[in-house]
Design a protein around this ligand. Structure first.
Ligand code: ZN
Length: 283
């Protein structure tokens, strides 16, 4: 019987001559009584694993990897991403990625950890500090995540994420926490939890999910957001209107704190202050 190395050479030769996988399998079966699975042939021909042990290994951009799993970490990843993230396609490397640039280290790290679990990676992604921008950056590589985010953000198709977000109650909670880590926070002075976004549809979806968890909220029109732009010493007003979701009732704030909460340290501390404020003050 021929050695696998020789069979491998023959497979390469057959492929070069234009044989299909199906034809190559048939030839190997007839000539060597060997049943080589299609996946193995694919590894050989793509030079990933070979019988000569000179394969280059599975490429990082292998798109069959990095599929999203149904788990709370996927909910968190999607929530955080839809709040603060953006997507990017690296043309040369053919890499699909989603990125999260944020001010808080814990947030970037939680996103990096969650995205790795969501995509079934054994190692977590790393969060990087970009000194010039005083920003933490976390990124995840996944074509599926990239396409999902495109459907939601560019085409306003929220149904795309429903199977992940509403997989179970834990997934719903994680999704809201991810979004609130990005776009929300407790406001002690006015005694409420506020989540803001320019995408009204997305905010309505969050409201609907909160309602399912027994938390009542209201959405307000927040006007046009402006922020200080230092180089020109002026305020710049965003072109998109801002909407705000408010959780105001004491029982709703307590329930939010008990079952959802925040990851970012300063928001957790403020949430404790808010809980104290609504306990001490009977109004
Ligand atoms: Zn779930």
């Amino acid at each position: 019987m021929k050695k696998y190395e020789e069979i491998y050479d023959e497979v390469l030769r057959l492929r070069k001559e234009g044989a299909s996988y199906y034809e190559i399998r048939n030839i190997l079966q007839q000539q060597y009584s060997l049943d080589v699975p299609k996946s193995t042939l694919s590894y050989w021909l793509r030079h990933i694993h070979t019988p000569k042990n000179d394969g280059k290994g599975r490429p990082k951009s292998d798109q069959r990897l990095n599929k999203l799993r149904n788990c709370p970490e996927t909910g968190y990843t999607l929530g955080a991403y839809l709040g603060d993230g953006y997507k990017h396609y690296e043309v040369k490397a053919k890499k699909y990625m989603v990125l999260l640039p944020v001010k808080d280290k814990e947030f970037a790290e939680e996103f990096a950890r969650s995205a790795a679990v969501a995509l079934g990676r054994s190692k977590p992604y790393r969060a990087y500090y970009i000194r010039s921008e005083e920003t933490w950056l976390a990124r995840a590589y996944s074509r599926e995540l990239y396409l999902l985010s495109m459907r939601v953000k560019d085409h306003n198709d929220i149904s795309a994420i429903i199977p992940y977000v509403e997989h179970c109650q834990e997934c719903v909670k994680s999704f809201i926490r991810g979004f609130a880590d990005a776009e929300g926070g407790p406001i002690v002075s006015t005694k409420r939890i506020k989540i803001s976004n320019t995408n009204l549809q997305l905010l309505r979806y969050i409201k609907h999910l909160l309602q399912q968890l027994g938390i009542y909220s209201r959405i307000y029109y927040g006007g046009f957001k402006s922020h200080y732009y230092e180089p020109e010493n002026c305020y710049i007003t965003s072109k998109k209107a801002l909407y705000e979701l408010h959780i105001c009732r004491k029982e709703d704030i307590r329930r939010y704190a008990a079952i959802i909460g925040f990851t970012v340290d300063k928001k957790r501390i403020r949430l404790q202050q808010l809980l104290q404020a609504i306990t001490n003050n009977p109004t």
